[in-house]
Design a protein around this ligand. Sequence first.
Ligand code: ATR
Length: 269
Amino acid sequence: MMQFIVFGNPIEHSLSPLIHADFGRQIGVNLQYSRSLTSSAQFNRAVAEFFRTGGGGANVTVPFKQHAYAQVTHVSARAERAGAVNTLVPLGAGQLLGDNTDGLGLVWDLQRLLGASQLTGKRVLLLGAGGAARGVIQPLLDAGVTTITVINRSPERAQQLVQLWQSPQLVWAPAATPEYDLIVNATSASLSGDKLVLGADVLDAAELVYDMMYGAKPSPFLEQAGQYTQMTADGLGMLVGQAGFAFKLWLDGAELNLNETLERLRAEL
Ligand code: ATR
């Protein structure tokens, strides 16, 4: 049986085993996908041991994505740009490829919500300047968005991110103004129960407000956004999307129906 795993801390609520079990069911492959609670000190050993014993592929989640990036022997261009790795692919002889499918997952979900070509020409407001924000910038630009404006609680972190990118399409702003088509929350504010506040005019001008967080209930941020904007969505679709792109890296050519997995998962939340 093929073995897969996700490394993180905390990890007990990870939905990845459910998602990948559904992918296995779809393509008729019997696989095992488990969760591994690890620490920074044990991460390298746990990863090496998993692949030494024949592991077929692994995901990496909070807080080890940057750690994994520093650890792998090969890194994809996407992961390089993100400075973080969420997918490990064994290359044999102890070599590991680190890739990052988070941004692809977001783009897949935005295209599902808006229609395939609808990202072209869009102006995006990206809230947050941490790892989650950095991971989605290049895939959004590749998908055709015109500009991404980053705003962040600590402005200097947003400025650093923009400086690192060196692209006229990625800009920083001190505060939000009503000129964005898409608003994407990549902060961890809802994790700590904090409320992000955007002006009603900013929300009203947007076509879609997206929160990378997900849960059985909408986050306070999405609840507020829902009062003003046409469409809101949480990050469950992004989660399924990133998993789908990871699975295809491990099982080349797998034909997946991500919409079907997303519907099943939503019903189980
Ligand atoms: P991640 O990998 O999830 O992005 P991170 O690198 O710690 O985690 O970044 C967290 C992001 O959420 C940052 O942009 C952070 O803002 P700061 O750079 O000012 O710390 C943002 N964030 C976290 N809690 C927040 C809150 N209560 N309000 C607004 N932004 C918040």
